[in-house]
Design a protein around this ligand. Structure first.
Ligand code: ADP
Ligand code: SF4
Length: 692
């Protein structure tokens, strides 16, 4: 199949300084939780993107000098020559498919607490470091000699980047993470010398660094500047007007302007809070201020939106981080006319949580992300089946859908049985909640793929019993029957059912999703701590309830700190008039009253409400699996070889976990590694030969 000529414009080459990108698909730098700890895993992940057709593939942020680092977060490092091979492996991997390799050099400055290097942080002005964790560390103001040194460190790092094979070097001054932004912004730059005050002065270091870079490696490498479109903090900052003045002032300074949004939270907003192309108004018109190409982001997954960005002169290059994680083959699919096969990012930021938790990133839509090297998984290819066994998958939620899809790709004959009238399980239910419509893409992508597979049969309204399953006689059975929310308060605060005399109506998230809603004054107890409590509070407000959200945590939706949503969630609930009670737990329901207690002192308080919503924990629907286990003596006669339990039916977790388990089931159906071996490759730090 060939593409529609409408998309040809996306495949035009773009010259960036001394190099040329083969098309307009530009994978902007993005974290992955692996960084210097898992360099081969990161290299292989980037290689798969190059294979998927991205014209430019970037590293994540690379700390360019040991005097500024962001421990505990794990990115890449280019501190001395010893780091070059790790970076070279990535550049080589990217070059294998004719993509340009980009490296994002960062001097975190006031964003680096230096918990590992123990160096004193330096910044334009002496202020406390600005990190996610409010570390009790302050930065020292840079002297002129520090600035001279910083320029020298940049020149050295640039040479190392060139030696490692990079074609583009991005100097990072966005998201509050790079020293260039700290000089530009009046939040962090209060200097009175020639590096502070006017915009010309605040941009002096930026100009010097770019000029140094062009002089040092500009013969071979393109130099891009990554800046925030606006940064507004307490009336200070760097406004969008100033950004435009800055571009006009230094119009042709870098080879490329890379425009991101203010803070990382703003730039990587979730689909619950921002639509695709949310930055368009802030970026429109910047291109007319410079003769150099402009790249920008906006969680672009629609090829038509991309074409519009280029045709209307907003952007030259389509910058993508999350869309390239969800579908590394997005450009190839457009190029070959397979738009309907694009696995669209749902904008959930589970990928970000891998970085924020210093673990390794996952993707809700792409279960192979960061497993390309660790497990040898590939987003578009999978081993062919090893036998003619037939597989029954019971339950078509994220786990069952992905298991069936990946098994179908392997060529297995698959039957997918679903009790409900529609596919999708929890994603179908949750996608109807306020702000979560993009969740439905988890189902939509898989539903379409399954419809194209000749060996997969899908049966709706087919609730199966253990007897049915044994009578069918499939060789392999995967139970993916999901989970349901508990009504009894059990989670972290209550590990046993809480006291409840039944005097008040109690609702669960499942009730609300099924349209069964409370009325009047509602206490919503959130001991789940992710998105569900806050989303249901929104739903209740929309249904004219008076809502009090009570949580034992110090934060509303505490875990959403890891998806960069916590601040906007609190803001939205506060604006909607939800009363937010932190550090308290629902202790009991009695005599039409609720008793809550302080998480720290245990001090009780009673209140009168009309209803309670328990957003606490979920219980696996594993009854069918247990029944099959109890009938295991009959399996052999029925031809059943294995019965697996996957997804929420095994242990409830976010959607990404269920998709991963479904995929793993399909990958490992006929090739399970022995239980006592680590089921993925990893890299260990090389032991030093020096023993003191
Ligand atoms: P997961 O996230 O693990 O995929 P979900 O709760 O989203 O779990 O999906 C489970 C699906 O299994 C639901 O769509 C539910 O209707 C279906 N299901 C549960 N029990 C049965 C059964 N006995 N037969 C067929 N489908 C079932
Ligand atoms: Fe998109 Fe979510 Fe995947 Fe991140 S984890 S790339 S936001 S689908």
């Amino acid at each position: 199949m060939s593409r529609s000529p409408h998309y040809d414009i996306l495949f035009e080459p773009v010259t960036i300084g001394p190099v040329t990108a083969k098309n307009r698909f530009y994978q902007v730098p993005h974290c992955n939780g692996g960084g210097y700890r898992d360099p081969s895993a990161v290299a292989q992940m980037r290689k798969v993107k190059a294979e998927g057709g991205w014209g430019v593939v970037f590293t994540e942020q690379v700390e360019m000098h040991h005097s500024s680092e962001i421990t505990p977060y794990i990115e890449l490092r280019l501190w001395d020559d010893a780091d070059i091979p790790m970076l070279a492996r990535m550049a080589d991997a990217i070059h294998e498919y004719d993509a340009l390799a980009g490296i994002e050099l960062t001097y975190p400055g006031i964003n680096g607490p230096n918990l590992y290097s123990r160096e004193t942080p330096i910044a334009p002005t002496a202020l406390p470091v600005r990190t996610f964790t409010n570390d009790p560390v302050q930065a020292r103001a840079m002297t002129k000699s520090d600035i001279r040194q910083l320029r020298q460190w940049h020149r050295t790092a640039l040479k190392r980047a060139r030696t490692a094979g990079y074609d583009l070097v991005c100097l990072y001054g966005a998201h509050g993470f790079g020293v260039i932004q700290h000089f530009l912004s009046t939040v962090t730059n209060h200097r009175t010398d020639e590096y502070g005050g006017s915009l010309e002065n605040r941009s002096r270091l930026m100009r010097e660094l770019v000029e140094d870079a062009i002089e040092t490696v500009g013969d071979r490498c393109a130099i891009s500047l990554r800046l925030s479109l606006q940064e507004l903090i307490g009336g200070l900052g760097f406004s969008n007007e100033e950004l435009r003045d800055l571009v006009a002032m230094h119009a042709d300074l870098p080879d490329l302007w890379d425009l991101a949004q203010g803070s990382w939270e703003e730039c990587s907003a979730t689909s619950r809070f921002e639509e695709e192309s949310a930055q368009e108004a802030l970026v429109t018109g910047v291109k007319s201020l410079t003769s150099k190409p402009v790249v920008g982001v906006g969680r672009f997954t629609s090829p038509d939106t991309m074409v519009r960005q280029v045709k209307s002169g907003v952007l030259d290059l389509i910058g993508c981080a999350r869309p390239s994680i969800a579908d590394p083959f997005l450009p190839k699919k457009i190029e070959t006319g397979h738009i309907e096969d694009i696995r669209e990012c749902i904008g959930c930021n589970i990928c970000v949580s891998g970085d924020m938790t210093c673990s390794i990133s996952r993707c809700t839509q792409n279960p192979t992300f960061m497993e390309e090297w660790r497990k040898g998984w590939h987003p578009e290819r999978i081993n062919q089946k090893q036998s003619d066994a037939k597989v029954l998958v019971v339950g078509a939620g994220p786990a069952g859908l992905e298991a069936a899809r990946a098994l179908g790709m392997r060529g297995y004959e698959v039957t997918l049985a679903e009790a409900a009238e529609t596919l999708g399980g929890r994603v179908t239910a949750e996608s109807k909640l306020p702000g979560l419509s993009a969740w439905g893409r988890v189902r939509d992508y898989r539903e379409y793929q399954l419809s194209q597979m000749p060996t997969v049969n899908v049966y709706l309204q087919s609730e199966l019993s253990a007897r049915d399953i044994l009578d069918f006689g499939f060789e392999h059975v995967a139970i993916a029957t999901g989970a349901h929310w508990r009504r009894d308060g059990v989670s972290r605060h209550h590990v046993k059912p809480m006291q409840d005399d039944g005097s008040l109506p109690v609702f669960t998230p499942d009730d609300l999703m099924a349209g069964k809603l409370p009325q009047g004054k509602v206490l919503l107890f959130d001991d789940d701590h992710y998105y569900m409590g806050s989303v249901l509070a929104e739903l209740l407000v929309a249904n004219n309830c008076q809502v009090e959200l009570v949580t034992p945590s110090a934060y509303v939706s505490e875990w959403s700190l890891n998806t960069l949503e916590q601040g906007v969630i609190h803001q939205r609930l506060a604006e909607l008039g939800v009363s937010i009670t932190l550090n308290r737990a629902l202790q009991q329901i009695h005599n039409k009253r609720v008793t809550t207690i302080c998480s720290y002192t245990g001090k009780p308080a009673d209140a009168v409400v009309d209803a309670v919503v328990q957003v606490t924990s979920r219980q696996a629907n594993d009854g069918l699996y247990s029944q099959l286990q109890s009938l295991s003596a009959e399996w052999k006669d029925c031809g059943v070889q294995s019965v697996g339990l996957i997804g929420d039916a095994s242990a409830p977790a976010p959607i990404a976990w269920a998709v991963y388990e479904g995929h793993r089931y399909a990958q490992e159906l006929d090739s399970q590694s022995p239980a006592d071996t680590v089921p993925f490759r990893r890299e260990l730090a090389a032991l030093s030969l020096d023993i003191i």
